[in-house]
Design a protein around this ligand. Structure first.
Ligand code: F6P
Length: 538
C-alpha cells in the first residue's frame, strides 16, 4: 500500500507496543476501543494499537474510495468487474418497499415471487401436507450443493438448532466423496424424501454427480419419472440446465447472477433454514442482516463495526505481517462459523492482482481457521499463547443462551474472557518463578521452569458479545463479516466477488479423471503420472 498515511503506519508498526502497559497506563482503554451497534458489543481494546495508530487507520479508510464503493454496492452497480455483475446480496434483505431496478427489471417483484414460492413450500412441508409419491408426508430433505450453495444453510441451521421446529429433517450432501451421499441416503425412505439440488451454475461436478446418485437411488427403489419429478426441487440461475436434468419448471426457485454464491444465504439457498425456523424467524434473520447493512452504510467510520474489523485485519496483515486469523466462537452452535467465514473471506479476498489486473505488492486475505471454544483450548491454543507466531483472534460469545445450565454458561464465558486476557497480558518470567516458589518449588526448579511456564502475551484479539444467538443476531453477525470482507477488498483495491483461482484445479481434474476411468490417455508430469499409476494398481 502506498500513501502518506500508510507510510506513517509502516513507521508506527516498527515502534514497540506493550498491551499490558497500555492497559495499565490508560484506565479508559477498554471504553475507548469499544463500539456497539444493534446491541452487539465489539471490544477491540486488546489489539496492538495506540490512539495514534488507530487514528491513522481511520484516516486510511477515510482517504480510500470506501464511501463511493459502498454506495455503488448498495446501488447495485456492476462492481464485480471481471464478470460484469452487480454484487447485490443486500437487495435480498432490503425493505420490501425499496425500489430495486437492474437492467430494466424489477428485482423486488422477482424476490417477492421467489419468497412466496419458498414460503408456500415451507408451509406445505411443515404442515405435512406435501405428500410423496406413495401418499405419505415428507419426513426428510436432502440438500445437495457445495461451497456457497451449502456452507451458509448448514452453518446457520446448526447455529439456530434451538429454533428448529420442523417435522422435516434436513441432510446435507456436498463432497464428491461417495461416502457422503451414500451415508446420507442410507437411513432414508425415498417415498418420504424431498431432494433439493442447489447450484447457482448448475454445472458444478460434485452437485451434479450427487444429484445423479440420489436420482438413481430413487429409481432403484421403484420410483418412476413422475415420482422423481414430485420429489426433486432445485434452486439455480441456470434454469435451462436444471430443467434438462429433469426438474419440473414449477420446482425451480430462481437464483440471480447479481448474488455471489458465498453471499447467497439470503436467497432460496436459505431454504433449509427457512424450513426449520419457519417463515417468521427466517424474516428475523433477514432483519438482522438488514439492520447491519444500515449500520454499515450510515455509521461513522469510528463506530462502524465492519470497518473496525476490516481496519484491524489490514493492520495485522500489511502492518505487522500476520498471515492467519483465528475465529473462535464460544458457542457450540456456532462451531461451523469458521468454515463459513473461510469461504466468505478467503474465496473473496485471496487475490494477487488488483481490480485492473496489476500485480499486488501486499498480502491480502488471512488464513482463517478455528473452532468452538473451549475445545480449542485443549488443542491449538498452546500455539496461540506461546509460539512466536502472532495470530489475531476474534472471540464470539452469545450472552444469553437457551439451555438451562446457567453455571455451564458462566464457565464458558469465564474461559472466553480469560483466553483473551491471557493472550493480552501473558505471564512474565518473574511471575512464573514466583508461581513455582509459591507452589513449594525450590529456587533451582523455579529458575529451570520459569522460561517454560512464561507466556509472552501481547497477542491481539477482538471480543464480540452477541445479546443472544437468535435468527436476528445471526443475520447481523453474518452481514458484519460480509461487510468486513468488502471493506478489506476496497482497501486492497481488489475484486472480492470473483474466484477464478478455483478454476484451474477443476480443469486439470478432467483429463486425470479420464485416465483413471480408462476413458482416454493423457501425459502428465512425472509426479502426477506416478500417483495415477499407483492408484490404478490399487
Ligand atoms: O468452485 C467455487 C464455487 O464456484 C463457489 O464460489 C460456489 O459457491 C460453489 O463453487 C458452488 O457453485 P454452484 O452454486 O454454482 O454449484
Amino acid at each position: 500500500m502506498s500513501s502518506a498515511v500508510w507510510s506513517e503506519l509502516a513507521a508506527l508498526a516498527k515502534a514497540p507496543l506493550n498491551l499490558r502497559q497500555e492497559f495499565a497506563e490508560d484506565p479508559q482503554r477498554a471504553q475507548r476501543f469499544t463500539a456497539k451497534a444493534l446491541g452487539i458489543t465489539l471490544d477491540y481494546s486488546k489489539n496492538l494499537i495506540t490512539q495514534g495508530i488507530w487514528q491513522q487507520l481511520l484516516q486510511l479508510a477515510a482517504q480510500s474510495p470506501l464511501q463511493a464503493k459502498r454506495a455503488a454496492m448498495f446501488a447495485g452497480d456492476k462492481i464485480n468487474n471481471t464478470e460484469d455483475r452487480s454484487v447485490w446480496h443486500v437487495a435480498l434483505r432490503a425493505p420490501a418497499d425499496q425500489p430495486l431496478q437492474l437492467d430494466g427489471e424489477d428485482l423486488q417483484a422477482q424476490i417477492a415471487a421467489c419468497r412466496a414460492q419458498m414460503y408456500a413450500l415451507v408451509e406445505q412441508l411443515n404442515s405435512r401436507r406435501y405428500l410423496g409419491y406413495r401418499g405419505e408426508p415428507i419426513t426428510d430433505l436432502v440438500w445437495i450443493g457445495i461451497g456457497g450453495s451449502l456452507l451458509g444453510p448448514q452453518m446457520a441451521l446448526e447455529a439456530l438448532t434451538p429454533y428448529n421446529q420442523s417435522p422435516v429433517k434436513v441432510h446435507f450432501a456436498g463432497n464428491i466423496d461417495g461416502a457422503v451421499v451414500s451415508d446420507v441416503v442410507k437411513p432414508l425412505n425415498p417415498a418420504t424424501t424431498l431432494v433439493f439440488v442447489a447450484s447457482k451454475s448448475f454445472g458444478t461436478e460434485e452437485t451434479k454427480q450427487n444429484a445423479l446418485a440420489v436420482r438413481q437411488w430413487f429409481l432403484d427403489s421403484g420410483a418412476d419419472k413422475a415420482a422423481i419429478a414430485q420429489h426433486f426441487w432445485a434452486t439455480s440461475s441456470n434454469i435451462k440446465a436444471a430443467a434438462e436434468f429433469g426438474i419440473d419448471a414449477s420446482h425451480i426457485l430462481p437464483m440471480w447472477d447479481w448474488v455471489g454464491g458465498r453471499y447467497s444465504l439470503w436467497s432460496a439457498i436459505g431454504f433449509p433454514l427457512c424450513l426449520t425456523l419457519g417463515v417468521a424467524q427466517f424474516e428475523n434473520l433477514l432483519a438482522g442482516a438488514r439492520d447491519m447493512d444500515t449500520h454499515f452504510r450510515d455509521a461513522p467510520l469510528e463506530q462502524n463495526l465492519p470497518v473496525i474489523l476490516a481496519l484491524l485485519g489490514v493492520w495485522y496483515i500489511n502492518g505487522l505481517g500476520c498471515q492467519a486469523q483465528a475465529l473462535l466462537p464460544y458457542s457450540h452452535y456456532l462451531r461451523l462459523l469458521p468454515s463459513y467465514v473461510q469461504q466468505l473471506d478467503m474465496e473473496s479476498n485471496g487475490k494477487s492482482v488488483d481490480v485492473n489486473g496489476a500485480a499486488l505488492t501486499d498480502a491480502t486475505a488471512p488464513v482463517i481457521w478455528g473452532d468452538a471454544g473451549t475445545n480449542g483450548q485443549h488443542a491449538y491454543h498452546q500455539l496461540l499463547h506461546q509460539s512466536a507466531l502472532a495470530v489475531p483472534a476474534d472471540f464470539i460469545l452469545p450472552v444469553k443462551v437457551s439451555h438451562h445450565l446457567a453455571d455451564h454458561h458462566h464457565r464458558l464465558a469465564a474461559h472466553c474472557f480469560a483466553q483473551s486476557q491471557a493472550l493480552m497480558q501473558g505471564k512474565t518470567i518473574a511471575e512464573a518463578k514466583a508461581e513455582v516458589l509459591a507452589q513449594g518449588g525450590s529456587a533451582a526448579q523455579a529458575e529451570f521452569l520459569a522460561p517454560h511456564k512464561a507466556s509472552p502475551g501481547n497477542k491481539p484479539s477482538n471480543t464480540l458479545l452477541l445479546p443472544e444467538l437468535s435468527p436476528y443476531y445471526l443475520g447481523a453477525l453474518i452481514a458484519l463479516y460480509e461487510h468486513k470482507v468488502f471493506v478489506q477488498g476496497v482497501l486492497w483495491n481488489i475484486n472480492s466477488f470473483d474466484q477464478w483461482g478455483v478454476e484451474l484445479g477443476k480443469q486439470l481434474s478432467t483429463p486425470i479423471y479420464q485416465v483413471l476411468s480408462d476413458a482416454a490417455s493423457h501425459a502428465f508430469d512425472s509426479s502426477t503420472e506416478q500417483l495415477i499409476s499407483q492408484f490404478k494398481q490399487g
